[in-house]
Design a protein around this ligand. Structure first.
Ligand code: PBG
Length: 332
């Protein structure tokens, strides 16, 4: 083979672990991780969520303990969701305005115990809505946009008042970032951040989450507000709107089926980008791992680094604790 001259040999950069590490372009850090956690009423033991092995609906005390473990591991942020029984749900999501409710109490308790742990909170009507929708439903089943905005803004102000560091509007109503920003500012919460669920798709991958909160829509689907999975340009329009409306961080959700969207937003905005590695993505890997069909840990790591490669600076993931434990054990 003397006559064969090969000048480009990409394999030279892969010849040993040290060489591979030297040329590695992206890294997963514990500081990239945001852990979603569910809090429920009462003091009964944590309830496992069947479709999300390793995830629980926590009572307040267990939630705080879990926050402590995450902080100890170096996870900088938790994203909290309330799991409310039907008694607390109505058409107007009234419970979301109750400053003494389960959720504000949980936010206050976590911030009191762990002031340096960032607390992100979700803004949408579904955990509090008897209709199971993110917006207000009228008698024809239409999801009303402008009428929903004051409800979301009130919810955001209550969460900010309780100590939330980052408001995460996940509802996909038009104009909600501007409306929430103005309301927060008027209420004196100028330093409360907004991480907008900018490109949130109408996805089957939210199934396990809806089981966790018992929040599936009672009628219809979410396709008049969440985005059509077939669309990419539309995500850019949403991003430009959210940026103009005052969002601090833009999010793409779900993650794995929408890596192209994340990559395109990276070329579009200079704002930090987040990705939500949602419940169904977690469930897929857990299920395959439990069946012995793939190695769950390496699949998790490969998935998480794909988000960094595509442009995310932070990842909301139910794998946060597991990934943090891995990074701690393997950082030498
Ligand atoms: C609702 C909300 C959903 C998720 C986060 N906030 C579900 C939905 O839109 O129906 C999904 C998160 C996940 O699947 O992990 N506003």
């Amino acid at each position: 083979m003397n006559s064969f001259e090969l000048f480009q040999r990409p394999r030279r950069n892969r010849k040993s672990p040290s060489m591979r590490s030297l040329v590695q372009e992206n890294h997963l850090n514990v500081s990239d991780l945001i852990a979603p956690l569910f809090v429920k009423e009462g003091t009964s033991a944590a309830e496992p969520i069947k479709s999300m092995p390793g995830q629980f609906r926590y009572n307040l005390k267990d939630l705080i303990d879990e926050c402590g473990r995450l902080q100890e591991l170096g996870v900088p942020c938790v994203s909290l969701f309330p799991a409310l029984s039907d008694a607390f749900k109505d058409k107007l999501a009234s419970e979301s305005a109750n400053i003494d409710g389960l959720f504000p109490n949980a936010i206050r308790a976590v911030k009191e115990k762990y002031p340096d742990l960032l607390v992100m909170t979700d803004v949408a009507m579904d955990p509090y809505s008897s209709d199971g929708h993110d917006g207000l439903v009228d008698s024809n089943g239409e999801i009303l946009n402008d009428e929903t905005l004051p409800i979301l803004a009130k919810m955001a102000c209550v969460q900010a008042e309780a100590g939330s560091d980052i408001i995460g509007p996940s509802d996909m109503m038009d104009g909600r970032v501007a409306f929430i920003r103005q309301s927060l500012d008027l209420a004196g919460h100028k330093n409360t951040s907004i991480m907008s669920y900018t490109a949130k798709y109408a996805s089957s991958f939210y199934g396990p989450f809806r089981e966790a909160l018992d929040s599936a829509p009672k009628a219809g689907d979410k396709k008049t507000y969440q985005m059509n999975p077939a669309n990419g340009d539309e995500a850019i329009r949403e991003a430009l709107n959210d940026e103009a409306e005052g969002a601090d961080i833009l999010m793409v959700k779900p993650g794995l089926p929408y890596l192209d969207i994340l990559f395109r937003l990276k070329q579009t905005t200079t704002l930090p980008l987040a990705v939500y590695n949602v419940s169904g993505e977690y469930a897929m890997i857990k299920a395959a791992d439990q069946a012995g069909w793939l190695d769950g840990e390496s699949a998790m790591l490969e998935m998480l680094i794909s988000f960094k490669r595509a442009g995310a600076s932070m990842i909301l993931t139910y794998f946060a604790k597991e990934a943090a434990q891995y990074l701690k054990t393997n950082s030498k």
